[in-house]
Design a protein around this ligand. Structure first.
Ligand code: E4P
Length: 217
């Protein structure tokens, strides 16, 4: 299972990269705005900065919602760096653009996916990744993890190569349940990765080992 971090914060990206288990980064316009990154040129530069920190894929989202605009922006983003994956919203024009990018060998991440039907379309169009937003489904009392399981079943039925990127992950249990279901990737905040480290028995055990060592030395 690949671990992506879902942020545009360079310090957090560096921290996750330093841990040695990071496989990529996802961003979106809201995450960029949260870091105060505004203006096309600054946004493009920020994507390159992120690519220079991590080894893996970096999702960069288009703003346009018409086919020509998505293609123009997507090609510009893809030209920025070989690690860039063009993030395209799950809309009719987006699906057309994903098919266009697939035919041109440009990798895509189909975002804002909330149903199996949308995930099936993304795979048919050849998306590299599909991003079902599990946390936002949970927020409206719908089981986000169940969506991951249904997509897994359908993709396996037909051998679709589109990777299931569980997005809108909020905490460690999301990560673990996605791993059990067989999501290919999860993207979440740094806390959802670092939270996996924690167990009180580890802390108690280490404290005792160190205390016992001190007694004998
Ligand atoms: C995915 O690529 C999105 O950037 C992200 O996971 C959305 O998460 P949120 O629902 O916590 O905003």
């Amino acid at each position: 299972m690949k671990f992506f971090i879902d942020t545009a914060n360079l310090d957090q990206i560096r921290e996750a990269q330093d841990l040695g288990v990071l496989d990529g980064v996802t961003t979106n316009p809201s995450l960029m705005a949260k870091e105060g990154i505004t203006g096309r040129n600054n946004i493009l530069k920020h994507y390159v900065d992120i690519c220079n920190i991590v080894d893996g894929d970096v999702s960069a989202e288009v703003i346009a919602t018409d086919f020509d605009g998505i293609v123009k922006e997507g090609e510009q983003l893809a030209d920025l760096h070989e690690q860039i994956v063009v993030k395209v919203p799950m809309i009719k024009e987006g699906i057309k653009a994903i098919k266009y990018f697939t035919d041109k060998g440009i990798r895509t991440n189909c975002t804002l996916v909330f149903s199996v039907g949308q995930a099936l379309l993304a795979a048919k169009a050849g998306a590299t990744y599909v991003s079902p937003f599990i946390g936002r489904l949970d927020d409206i009392s719908t089981d986000g993890l169940n969506l991951i399981a249904e997509i897994r079943l359908i993709y396996d039925n037909y051998g679709f190569e589109t990777e299931i990127l569980a997005a809108s992950v909020r905490h460690t249990m999301h990560v673990l349940e996605c791993a059990k279901i067989g999501a290919d990737v999860m993207t979440g905040p740094l806390s959802s990765i670092e939270g996996l480290l924690k167990h009180p028995l580890t802390d108690i055990g280490l404290e005792k080992f160190l205390a016992d060592y001190k007694k004998g030395n």
